[in-house]
Design a binder for this molecule. Sequence first.
Ligand code: NAI
Length: 332
Amino acid sequence: MKIIFFSAKPYDIQFFDSHNQAFGFEMEYLETHLGPHIVKAVDEQTFAVCVFVNDKLTTEVIETLALKGVKVIALRCAGFNNLQLETARKLGIRVCRVPAYSPEAVAEHTVAMLLTLNRKTHKAYNRVREQNFSLNGLLGFNLHKKTVGVIGTGKIGKAFCKIMLGFGCKVMAFDPVIDQNLLAAGIQYGTLEETISSADIVSLHCPLTADNHHLVNTKIIGLMKKGVTLLNTSRGGLIKTEDVIDALKAGHIGYLGIDVYEQEEKLFFKDLSGSIIEDDTIQRLTSFPNVLVTGHQAFFTKEALDQIAEITLNSIKQLSVGEEPAPAVMLV
Ligand code: NAI
């Protein structure tokens, strides 16, 4: 039984090949992302396609997959904003994902970004290597007693909240669904506006949906404290990047840490070190001394990759023998 992987990187091949020893699927790995340009290359023997965050599962792509007889689209990620679920449902293609793969991996990376920004360790690292031991320009701020506003307290947001409580922060949160365990742990829920306006640090942990596209725009930034630290390890489309750049220029946003970027599909997961980047927005962002950009690596730990491979192959296996995977795994 054949699975074609799109956007496959060496680490995908390593982890999936290793876990496939227990499943025995025929695996084909393609480096290109899935989109209208390549979907016709999928052959009729393919039972499942396995895709990642920047593959484009448009109506056209899913219709072609259905014509080829593909039975399963397996997302090896949690988010599914890149997939037309309704088309898959209409055409009878099952869609599975990995709803949770080490939420701690993403939460811990968010904290790593925060600690880099507030203590400027990235600058210190470079300075010391050049024998510059001066402290000028490295002044940081304590996290202890700061207010952290968390937007979305699902699996990742919850793990992040717990870490921030450990730092001695006051944690406020906005989520349409209130988590009673977090309330008991001392987290205070409020509206989006209350949460954002009271926070020294705002961290986004909600999924990207049609309703919250460009959630962080000039209007919402206007509610934030001057000098706020904004973190986004969720999805690039949650932030209107041009508005954030204006706020950075005006000094309203004091620090920005992003692991995701709205136009990331042309950039992230690729080595472009010898190329001319045409995207002026990312170039402007990386020119700020108080901005840290990582290339969608928050999930990237050994533990998470093991879970992604195991859960994905297990779901495909169950679907192939007519068993129903756990409801949380199935989108369609
Ligand atoms: P989850 O489904 O466990 O939690 C999401 C939470 O957001 C839920 O509690 C939901 O009620 C809440 N929510 C939904 N809409 C909201 C809104 N408009 N405002 C506030 N809260 C809202 O999801 P999980 O596992 O915590 O992942 C969150 C997001 O993190 C994913 O959707 C994905 O976009 C992103 N992610 C990023 C990764 C990375 O490597 N950078 C890796 C994995 C996920």
